[in-house]
Design a protein around this ligand. Structure first.
Ligand code: MFK
Ligand code: FAD
Length: 499
């Protein structure tokens, strides 16, 4: 009954539809090769990848702990679309592009642009790619102790391509990793280690290898507490027969979102592993991984904002209410405009961090760039993680009731956005990381930030310059204050009263 059926919003090529991304690349990386690749990839997202992502959502992974005869098998069964995502990721060089460095200091901008088109359709395959990129970065920064693994993590050959996990969180501590790590590592005669412990959250557990943290035991079986007792290890997760390497998968977690990928609780019961960092430098060594995964998190957050804004705009040209299209209702346009402004601002922050990363990795970074990268990585992650939830939530409302209906594919965007402020460091933990970066650099990251902003304003917005300069001078004592607060809390109260 009834003749009216609403036309659905269409996903169009996310590259050709994105004027801001195209404009940014025209200014900074104006190569036809890049334009052609991203246009073709955008087409692939629409015609192939988006559907695979939906299939991952509809066929979530499951655990087969035992076979019919009671043997432990610990198999994680994923759908074909998930496997296909792995192949596509390799073919498209979604990790490789960051290490081939074909576009010099702009290589990360190119790679992350591609991931930005991919993420909202990826069925969360963006998560294993983030960790894979982070693992490659750690291995590279430690001077390639495991070259074959690095090559596999960064290859375009789908048959050789490996992904990596990042097993840090234990029951006692996800934020406080240094004190929360109870896993122990026992040295073997051949120089390898066996790990014993319990990892509480391990995402994309079907990965080929993992980086993980443990405390090395001495001859008496004792360990050193705190950060200085934690070392970084690398382990293969499966053997060639598909059996786990000394790991029992306890269960897969039931989650609000990210249901497309497995997140497991793991008992490590003699997992054979290789020491990757210097003894006791585990937390500092895995920090390189955190930098990369936090940047990926930022890309996924901004990509979710862009996707909902793009679909909302498209819908406004199709849905008619009170006698005219939504796009002709000023109040609705105001809502869409707010989403657009948030998305654009977040996009520019994201691209700035990617640009700085590319410069640092190709030796083009100035000292100021390095300070800015350190400061802006947690800022971008914490800000966009929060904004993604707000923007996607408001974005769903633009579809009215349909925004709440599962098989439109829209609700998954909100579910999956909610994790972006939790994993890879919660908002408050990242706020403290910002303070850490100020304190450890004796305030130089802040100096770098203000001199960068002042330089930009001198050209583009001199009217704002006095306000920024006054903020700069009022914050100039912050580093001293943080350092004093850490070492001599009572003296810091006097400083606070004075300043
Ligand atoms: C879709 C895209 C993303 C998908 C990926 C998702 C899948 C994976 C999901 C996960 O959630 S994986 C687990 C993520 N876990 C975290 O993010 C942990 C959150 N906690 C922190 O970030 C803590 O700040 C941290 C454990 C890193 C450190 O806490 P501590 O032990 O209190 O730090 P401390 O003692 O200040 O620092 C130890 C060393 O690390 C110092 O170096 P030094 O020994 O050389 O002085 C620090 O400078 C260094 N460090 C800490 N944070 C750093 C850092 N270095 C560089 N950058 C940082 N951000
Ligand atoms: P807690 O550390 O107990 O934090 C609880 C609250 O305390 C938070 O609000 C936090 O902000 C606050 N808090 C903590 N410290 C401070 C402080 N110093 N000052 C003020 N407030 C503070 N981990 C992995 O290692 N590998 C994975 O693959 C992985 N995948 C995940 C997948 C999903 C879907 C989720 C939800 C989590 C995953 N995690 C993974 C774990 C994630 O990284 C942690 O949950 C996160 O870092 C927070 O740690 P926690 O759960 O122990 O919370």
């Amino acid at each position: 009954i009834g003749t009216f059926f609403q036309e659905r919003p269409l996903l169009r090529n996310p590259f050709t539809q994105d004027a801001l991304l195209r404009g940014y690349l025209r200014r900074h990386l104006p190569l036809q090769e890049v334009q052609l690749d991203l246009t073709a990839f955008g087409e692939r997202v629409v015609c192939e990848i988006d559907d695979l992502g939906r299939q991952c959502e509809q066929n979530p992974p499951r655990l087969q702990p035992y076979d019919a005869w009671g043997h432990r098998v610990d198999r994680i069964i994923t759908c074909d679309a998930w496997t296909r995502m792995k192949h596509i990721s390799a073919q498209e060089g979604l990790v490789a592009a960051g290490y081939e460095r074909r576009f010099g200091e702009w290589s990360r901008v190119y790679q992350m642009s591609k991931l930005y088109l991919y993420a909202p359709s990826a069925g969360l395959y963006s998560c294993p790619l983030a960790m894979t990129d982070g693992a490659a970065k750690v291995i590279e920064s430690l001077g390639m102790p495991i070259r074959e693994a690095f090559e596999r993590l960064t290859t375009r050959d789908e048959k050789r391509f490996w992904t990596s996990g990042q097993w840090m969180t234990e029951r006692k501590g996800g934020s406080d990793v240094a004190n929360g790590t109870e896993t122990v590592a026992q040295r073997q005669e051949d120089g390898s280690y066996r790990l014993y412990g319990f990892k509480w959250f391990t995402s994309a557990t079907d990965a080929d290898i993992t980086l993980t943290l443990a405390r090395i035991t001495d001859h008496h079986g004792n360990t050193t507490p705190g950060s200085v007792g934690v070392s970084l290890f690398c382990a293969e997760v499966w053997d060639s027969e598909g059996r786990t390497n000394g790991v029992e998968i306890q269960r897969l977690k039931e989650k609000l979102g990210t249901r497309q990928m497995p997140t497991a609780e793991l008992l490590l019961d003699g997992m054979r592993a290789r020491l990757l960092s210097e003894e006791g430098r585990g937390v500092a060594s895995i920090a390189n991984m955190l930098t990369l995964t936090r940047i990926h998190n930022t890309v996924s957050a901004v990509a979710a904002m862009r996707r909902i804004t793009q679909l909302g705009r498209e819908y406004s040209t199709k849905r008619s209410v009170f006698g005219k299209l939504l796009k002709d209702h000023p109040l609705h346009v105001q809502t869409l405009s707010r989403l657009e402004v948030e998305t654009r601002a977040a996009f520019l922050l994201m691209m700035e961090v990617c640009r700085l990363l590319g410069r640092e990795e190709t030796g083009a970074a100035t000292e100021r760039d390095t300070h800015l990268l350190r400061l802006l990585t947690p800022v971008a992650k914490l800000y966009t993680g929060k904004q993604a939830v707000a923007v996607v939530s408001e974005g769903l409302e633009c579809f009215g009731g349909q925004g709440y209906i599962e098989d439109t594919g829209l609700p998954a965007l909100l579910r999956d956005a909610q994790v972006l402020s939790i994993w890879e460091g919660t908002t408050n933990v990242l706020s403290l990381d910002v303070l850490r970066s100020i304190s450890k650099s004796s305030g130089r990251v802040l100096q770098a930030f203000f001199s960068d902003v002042e330089e930009r304003l001198r050209g583009a917005g001199p009217a704002l310059l006095p306000a920024v300069q006054s903020l700069h001078s009022s914050l100039s004592g912050l580093a001293q204050f943080i350092q004093t607060a850490e070492s001599r809390p009572s003296e810091s109260l006097q400083l606070a009263a004075r300043d």
